[in-house]
Design a protein around this ligand. Structure first.
Ligand SMILES: Nc1ncnc2c1ncn2[C@@H]1O[C@H](COP(=O)(O)OP(=O)(O)O)[C@@H](O)[C@H]1O
Ligand SMILES: [Mg+2]
Length: 265
Protein backbone atom coordinates (compact mmCIF):
# COMPACT_ATOMS: atom_id res chain seq x y z
CA UNK A 1 0.00 0.00 0.00
CA UNK A 2 1.30 3.44 -0.92
CA UNK A 3 1.25 5.40 2.31
CA UNK A 4 0.89 9.17 2.35
CA UNK A 5 4.47 9.49 3.59
CA UNK A 6 5.91 7.45 0.71
CA UNK A 7 3.75 9.34 -1.79
CA UNK A 8 5.00 12.65 -0.37
CA UNK A 9 8.63 11.47 -0.55
CA UNK A 10 8.13 10.46 -4.20
CA UNK A 11 6.53 13.82 -4.92
CA UNK A 12 9.53 15.63 -3.38
CA UNK A 13 11.99 13.50 -5.34
CA UNK A 14 10.07 14.18 -8.54
CA UNK A 15 9.92 17.96 -8.05
CA UNK A 16 13.60 18.03 -7.12
CA UNK A 17 14.41 16.10 -10.24
CA UNK A 18 12.52 18.57 -12.41
CA UNK A 19 14.18 21.53 -10.67
CA UNK A 20 17.63 19.99 -11.08
CA UNK A 21 17.02 19.30 -14.76
CA UNK A 22 15.93 22.86 -15.39
CA UNK A 23 19.02 24.28 -13.74
CA UNK A 24 21.26 21.94 -15.69
CA UNK A 25 19.85 22.66 -19.12
CA UNK A 26 19.46 26.41 -18.47
CA UNK A 27 22.98 27.16 -17.44
CA UNK A 28 25.26 24.21 -18.29
CA UNK A 29 28.00 25.85 -16.32
CA UNK A 30 31.25 23.87 -16.49
CA UNK A 31 32.67 23.00 -13.06
CA UNK A 32 35.28 20.42 -14.01
CA UNK A 33 37.25 20.36 -17.23
CA UNK A 34 39.96 17.80 -17.86
CA UNK A 35 42.13 17.94 -20.97
CA UNK A 36 44.59 15.34 -22.22
CA UNK A 37 45.33 13.97 -18.76
CA UNK A 38 48.08 11.40 -18.26
CA UNK A 39 49.43 9.73 -15.15
CA UNK A 40 52.33 7.38 -15.62
CA UNK A 41 53.73 5.47 -12.65
CA UNK A 42 57.19 3.96 -12.83
CA UNK A 43 57.59 0.66 -11.00
CA UNK A 44 61.16 -0.59 -11.39
CA UNK A 45 61.80 -0.71 -15.11
CA UNK A 46 58.17 -0.76 -16.16
CA UNK A 47 55.79 2.14 -16.74
CA UNK A 48 52.11 1.90 -15.81
CA UNK A 49 49.84 4.27 -17.72
CA UNK A 50 47.19 4.68 -15.01
CA UNK A 51 45.60 7.52 -17.02
CA UNK A 52 46.16 7.46 -20.74
CA UNK A 53 44.72 10.67 -22.23
CA UNK A 54 41.49 11.55 -20.39
CA UNK A 55 39.22 14.38 -21.58
CA UNK A 56 36.00 15.13 -19.76
CA UNK A 57 33.68 17.96 -18.83
CA UNK A 58 31.34 17.96 -15.86
CA UNK A 59 28.61 20.56 -15.38
CA UNK A 60 27.22 22.22 -12.28
CA UNK A 61 24.47 20.23 -10.58
CA UNK A 62 25.35 16.92 -12.22
CA UNK A 63 25.69 13.59 -10.49
CA UNK A 64 28.40 11.80 -12.47
CA UNK A 65 29.64 8.28 -11.99
CA UNK A 66 33.01 7.05 -13.19
CA UNK A 67 32.70 3.30 -13.60
CA UNK A 68 35.30 0.69 -14.48
CA UNK A 69 36.86 -2.56 -13.33
CA UNK A 70 39.59 -2.74 -10.70
CA UNK A 71 42.84 -1.20 -11.95
CA UNK A 72 41.15 0.86 -14.71
CA UNK A 73 42.32 4.18 -13.23
CA UNK A 74 39.28 5.39 -11.26
CA UNK A 75 41.02 6.25 -7.99
CA UNK A 76 43.94 7.80 -9.86
CA UNK A 77 41.50 10.06 -11.72
CA UNK A 78 39.68 11.07 -8.53
CA UNK A 79 42.98 11.74 -6.74
CA UNK A 80 44.09 14.00 -9.61
CA UNK A 81 40.74 15.82 -9.52
CA UNK A 82 41.07 16.41 -5.80
CA UNK A 83 44.66 17.58 -6.22
CA UNK A 84 45.95 14.75 -4.03
CA UNK A 85 48.40 13.69 -6.77
CA UNK A 86 50.05 15.60 -9.60
CA UNK A 87 49.38 14.56 -13.21
CA UNK A 88 52.28 13.56 -15.47
CA UNK A 89 50.74 15.70 -18.20
CA UNK A 90 47.49 17.53 -18.89
CA UNK A 91 45.10 20.10 -17.46
CA UNK A 92 42.53 19.97 -14.68
CA UNK A 93 40.39 23.06 -14.25
CA UNK A 94 37.97 23.07 -11.32
CA UNK A 95 35.72 26.05 -10.57
CA UNK A 96 37.87 28.04 -12.99
CA UNK A 97 41.18 27.19 -11.30
CA UNK A 98 44.06 25.07 -12.58
CA UNK A 99 44.76 22.27 -10.09
CA UNK A 100 47.97 21.07 -11.73
CA UNK A 101 49.81 24.34 -11.12
CA UNK A 102 48.85 24.87 -7.47
CA UNK A 103 51.25 24.48 -4.55
CA UNK A 104 50.46 22.04 -1.69
CA UNK A 105 49.25 24.90 0.54
CA UNK A 106 47.03 26.31 -2.20
CA UNK A 107 45.58 22.85 -2.80
CA UNK A 108 44.79 22.37 0.89
CA UNK A 109 42.96 25.72 0.95
CA UNK A 110 41.17 24.99 -2.32
CA UNK A 111 39.93 21.62 -1.04
CA UNK A 112 38.68 23.16 2.21
CA UNK A 113 36.74 25.84 0.37
CA UNK A 114 35.32 23.93 -2.59
CA UNK A 115 35.39 20.17 -2.07
CA UNK A 116 33.74 17.56 0.14
CA UNK A 117 34.84 13.92 0.33
CA UNK A 118 32.92 10.74 1.03
CA UNK A 119 35.12 7.71 1.65
CA UNK A 120 34.44 4.00 1.39
CA UNK A 121 35.68 3.42 4.92
CA UNK A 122 33.57 6.31 6.34
CA UNK A 123 36.71 7.71 8.09
CA UNK A 124 34.76 8.79 11.16
CA UNK A 125 36.46 9.65 14.47
CA UNK A 126 35.54 6.80 16.82
CA UNK A 127 35.68 8.88 20.01
CA UNK A 128 33.34 11.54 18.65
CA UNK A 129 29.56 11.43 18.37
CA UNK A 130 27.66 12.15 15.14
CA UNK A 131 27.37 15.92 15.75
CA UNK A 132 31.07 16.22 16.58
CA UNK A 133 32.09 14.20 13.51
CA UNK A 134 29.90 16.26 11.20
CA UNK A 135 31.01 19.61 12.62
CA UNK A 136 34.71 18.73 12.30
CA UNK A 137 35.28 20.35 8.86
CA UNK A 138 33.84 23.61 10.25
CA UNK A 139 36.65 23.79 12.84
CA UNK A 140 38.97 25.07 10.10
CA UNK A 141 36.64 27.89 9.18
CA UNK A 142 36.73 30.05 12.30
CA UNK A 143 33.07 29.37 13.16
CA UNK A 144 32.13 29.31 16.87
CA UNK A 145 31.08 26.07 18.56
CA UNK A 146 27.40 26.94 18.93
CA UNK A 147 27.06 27.69 15.22
CA UNK A 148 29.10 24.58 14.28
CA UNK A 149 26.74 22.42 16.32
CA UNK A 150 23.68 24.11 14.86
CA UNK A 151 24.84 23.49 11.29
CA UNK A 152 25.88 19.90 12.03
CA UNK A 153 22.45 19.17 13.56
CA UNK A 154 20.72 20.68 10.55
CA UNK A 155 22.60 18.40 8.11
CA UNK A 156 22.08 15.36 10.34
CA UNK A 157 18.32 16.06 10.20
CA UNK A 158 18.61 16.24 6.42
CA UNK A 159 20.18 12.77 6.21
CA UNK A 160 17.56 11.29 8.55
CA UNK A 161 19.71 10.97 11.67
CA UNK A 162 17.87 13.36 13.97
CA UNK A 163 17.66 10.62 16.63
CA UNK A 164 21.34 9.63 16.40
CA UNK A 165 23.09 12.92 17.06
CA UNK A 166 24.73 11.71 20.28
CA UNK A 167 25.65 8.28 18.92
CA UNK A 168 29.27 7.34 18.39
CA UNK A 169 30.23 5.37 15.23
CA UNK A 170 30.23 2.01 17.07
CA UNK A 171 26.65 2.70 18.20
CA UNK A 172 25.41 3.00 14.61
CA UNK A 173 24.87 0.61 11.68
CA UNK A 174 27.07 0.79 8.57
CA UNK A 175 24.37 2.68 6.69
CA UNK A 176 23.95 5.18 9.52
CA UNK A 177 27.73 5.68 9.71
CA UNK A 178 27.86 6.42 6.00
CA UNK A 179 25.00 8.90 6.45
CA UNK A 180 27.23 10.66 8.97
CA UNK A 181 29.98 10.54 6.31
CA UNK A 182 27.62 12.11 3.77
CA UNK A 183 26.54 14.76 6.30
CA UNK A 184 30.17 15.61 7.04
CA UNK A 185 30.85 16.11 3.32
CA UNK A 186 27.80 18.37 3.03
CA UNK A 187 28.18 20.54 6.12
CA UNK A 188 30.52 23.05 4.49
CA UNK A 189 28.14 23.21 1.50
CA UNK A 190 30.93 22.43 -0.99
CA UNK A 191 30.38 23.10 -4.68
CA UNK A 192 31.78 19.68 -5.50
CA UNK A 193 31.66 16.34 -3.71
CA UNK A 194 33.96 13.45 -4.57
CA UNK A 195 33.07 9.93 -3.49
CA UNK A 196 35.35 6.91 -3.99
CA UNK A 197 33.33 3.65 -3.76
CA UNK A 198 31.14 5.30 -1.08
CA UNK A 199 29.01 2.23 -0.51
CA UNK A 200 31.79 -0.34 -0.84
CA UNK A 201 31.29 -1.46 2.75
CA UNK A 202 27.48 -1.56 2.69
CA UNK A 203 24.91 -4.21 1.72
CA UNK A 204 22.94 -3.65 -1.48
CA UNK A 205 19.76 -2.25 0.12
CA UNK A 206 21.66 0.17 2.30
CA UNK A 207 23.80 1.15 -0.72
CA UNK A 208 20.64 2.04 -2.63
CA UNK A 209 19.40 4.17 0.26
CA UNK A 210 22.70 6.03 0.52
CA UNK A 211 22.67 6.59 -3.28
CA UNK A 212 19.15 8.02 -3.20
CA UNK A 213 20.13 10.21 -0.28
CA UNK A 214 23.28 11.57 -1.97
CA UNK A 215 21.32 12.18 -5.14
CA UNK A 216 18.55 14.02 -3.30
CA UNK A 217 20.73 16.31 -1.23
CA UNK A 218 23.06 17.36 -4.05
CA UNK A 219 19.98 18.04 -6.21
CA UNK A 220 18.45 20.25 -3.54
CA UNK A 221 21.61 22.33 -3.24
CA UNK A 222 22.59 22.16 -6.93
CA UNK A 223 25.95 20.65 -5.97
CA UNK A 224 28.09 18.55 -8.27
CA UNK A 225 28.76 14.96 -7.24
CA UNK A 226 31.47 12.81 -8.82
CA UNK A 227 31.38 9.20 -7.68
CA UNK A 228 33.79 6.43 -8.56
CA UNK A 229 32.57 2.83 -8.48
CA UNK A 230 33.19 -0.59 -10.00
CA UNK A 231 29.47 -1.37 -9.64
CA UNK A 232 27.37 -0.67 -12.75
CA UNK A 233 24.12 -0.89 -10.76
CA UNK A 234 25.23 1.91 -8.47
CA UNK A 235 26.53 3.93 -11.42
CA UNK A 236 23.02 3.79 -12.90
CA UNK A 237 21.85 6.22 -10.19
CA UNK A 238 23.92 8.96 -11.84
CA UNK A 239 22.85 11.52 -14.46
CA UNK A 240 25.85 10.65 -16.61
CA UNK A 241 28.14 7.65 -16.50
CA UNK A 242 31.72 7.74 -17.73
CA UNK A 243 33.10 4.29 -18.46
CA UNK A 244 36.83 4.04 -17.93
CA UNK A 245 39.07 1.23 -19.17
CA UNK A 246 42.89 1.10 -19.15
CA UNK A 247 43.08 4.77 -18.21
CA UNK A 248 40.80 6.00 -21.00
CA UNK A 249 37.16 7.09 -21.05
CA UNK A 250 35.61 4.67 -23.55
CA UNK A 251 31.93 5.57 -23.31
CA UNK A 252 29.68 8.29 -21.87
CA UNK A 253 26.13 7.23 -21.03
CA UNK A 254 23.48 9.92 -20.56
CA UNK A 255 20.82 8.68 -18.17
CA UNK A 256 18.70 11.81 -18.47
CA UNK A 257 17.81 11.29 -22.13
CA UNK A 258 16.46 7.77 -22.58
CA UNK A 259 16.24 8.15 -26.39
CA UNK A 260 19.81 9.33 -26.76
CA UNK A 261 21.25 6.98 -24.23
CA UNK A 262 24.94 6.91 -25.08
CA UNK A 263 27.65 8.29 -27.25
CA UNK A 264 30.49 6.08 -28.49
CA UNK A 265 33.89 7.73 -28.36
N1 LIG B 1 51.16 4.59 -6.60
C1 LIG B 1 51.16 3.74 -7.63
N2 LIG B 1 52.32 3.23 -8.11
C2 LIG B 1 52.30 2.41 -9.17
N3 LIG B 1 51.20 2.01 -9.83
C3 LIG B 1 50.01 2.48 -9.38
C4 LIG B 1 49.94 3.37 -8.28
N4 LIG B 1 48.63 3.68 -8.08
C5 LIG B 1 47.93 3.01 -9.02
N5 LIG B 1 48.77 2.29 -9.80
C6 LIG B 1 48.37 1.47 -10.96
O1 LIG B 1 47.60 2.27 -11.82
C7 LIG B 1 46.50 1.54 -12.35
C8 LIG B 1 45.20 2.22 -11.97
O2 LIG B 1 45.00 2.12 -10.56
P1 LIG B 1 43.75 2.73 -9.79
O3 LIG B 1 43.54 4.12 -10.24
O4 LIG B 1 43.95 2.51 -8.34
O5 LIG B 1 42.55 1.81 -10.33
P2 LIG B 1 41.05 1.62 -9.78
O6 LIG B 1 40.78 2.64 -8.74
O7 LIG B 1 40.20 1.76 -11.00
O8 LIG B 1 40.99 0.22 -9.25
C9 LIG B 1 46.66 0.13 -11.82
O9 LIG B 1 47.34 -0.64 -12.78
C10 LIG B 1 47.48 0.30 -10.57
O10 LIG B 1 48.23 -0.84 -10.30
MG1 LIG C 1 40.16 2.39 -6.66
Amino acid sequence: MLTAKVAYALFLLHTNWIRGEDKLSDTKQTVINIRDLYKIYRVGDTKVKALNGVDLTIYKGEFCAIVGTSGSGKSTLLNMLAGLEKPTKGEIVIAGEHMESKSENQLVRFRREHIGFIFQSFNLMSTMDAVENVSLPLNFQGIDKKERTRRAEEVLNLVGLSKHKKHKPTQMSGGQQQRVGVARALVVAPEIIFADEPTGNLDSNTSKEVMELMKKVVREKNQTLVMVTHDEKLASFADRIFQISDGKIIKIIDNRQPDLSFEEI
